[in-house]
Design a protein around this ligand. Structure first.
Ligand SMILES: NC(=O)C1=CN([C@@H]2O[C@H](COP(=O)(O)OP(=O)(O)OC[C@H]3O[C@@H](n4cnc5c(N)ncnc54)[C@H](OP(=O)(O)O)[C@@H]3O)[C@@H](O)[C@H]2O)C=CC1
Ligand SMILES: C[C@H](O)[C@@H]1OC(=O)[C@H](O)[C@@H]1O
Length: 255
């Protein structure tokens, strides 16, 4: 492994499973110390901490519901104390409870908005405040989605949050550029994780999704590591306000 992130302190929300967990461990493999946030899955977070520590890096984990605005200052504050500062922030926590549009329960809509959109806003704001106070710049990235660009029948509550997160990175790139803080969005295609386990248990649906990918397979969480490390590292020093699609070519595959 390279040491692209040597000396960097990377914070990741939703790091107990899937993409966030892979990115947290991947950043440690590239030399970073890592702070992990999680919602419910303490065992997942603790096993990630053990993997990071086995790499000789420092890891810190904290449970906090990102839907609660007060979680943001608490996570960023405690993690910065544990790691001695903050250099990179990955806003990743998210949910996608698939449901039809016409009978969408108000609770499902509101919870999805609060976790994915409000959570991103207040977490990114807390991370930015800490970076500005520290005065050494930084890199912020948010896990948007291919769903920021295209719709989904059972994702009418979810796709607007992913478009919102992409837009948040564009506006914060402008607001924070003067502080040397870069803000970018990662747009995964379909990556096999807990979030879509039930949806893709339908064999026909899974085969259809696979057939849309020119590279011939759905993504694995580890496919997001290289792009995240790039945006975290100084290799992307002049990249801000950008959207990086990581989908095996799914989006461009019309026919
Ligand atoms: N998988 C995919 O195909 C795609 C995923 N994405 C995005 O990637 C991100 C990660 O998803 P993915 O890895 O697939 O899904 P997972 O379900 O595997 O992981 C979701 C993570 O978010 C955490 N989380 C959920 N709600 C909260 C909350 N309220 N507070 C704190 N943490 C929370 C979970 O923690 P815990 O389990 O501990 O509660 C878990 O660590 C999401 O934002 C998703 O929208 C984007 C495009 C495609
Ligand atoms: C949960 C979905 O399977 C996943 O999430 C997204 O953002 C894309 O729509 C993916 O297909």
């Amino acid at each position: 492994m390279t040491n692209l992130l040597q000396g960097k302190r990377v914070f990741v929300t939703g790091a107990s499973s899937g993409i966030g967990r892979a990115v947290a461990i991947g950043c440690a493999q590239h030399g970073a110390d890592v702070a992990l946030n999680y919602g419910h899955d303490e065992a997942g977070a603790e096993s990630a901490v053990r993997e990071i520590e086995a790499l000789g890096r420092t890891a810190f984990a904290m449970q906090a519901d990102v839907a609660e605005p007060e979680s943001a200052g608490r996570f960023v504050g405690e993690a910065a104390t544990a790691l001695g500062g903050i250099d990179v922030f990955v806003n990743n926590a998210g949910i996608c409870p698939f449901h039809g549009f016409l009978d969408m329960p108000v609770d499902t809509f509101e919870r999805t908005m609060r976790v994915n959109m409000h959570g991103a806003y207040f977490m990114v704001q807390a991370a930015a405040r800490a970076m500005v106070e520290q005065g050494t710049g930084g890199s912020i990235m948010a896990m948007s989605s291919i769903s920021a660009l295209v719709g989904g029948e059972y994702q009418t509550h979810y796709t607007p949050t992913k478009a919102g997160v992409l837009s948040l990175m564009q506006s914060t790139a402008i607001a924070l550029g003067k502080h040397g803080i870069r803000c970018n969005a990662l747009l995964p295609g379909t990556i096999l994780t807990e979030i879509n386990r039930d949806d893709l248990a339908d064999r026909q649906k899974r085969e259809y999704m696979e057939s849309r990918v020119p590279l011939g397979r759905l993504g694995q969480p580890e496919d997001m590591v290289g792009p995240a490390v790039f945006l975290a590292s100084d290799l992307s020093a002049y990249v801000t306000g950008a959207a990086l699609l990581v989908d095996g070519g799914m989006f461009v595959n019309l026919q």
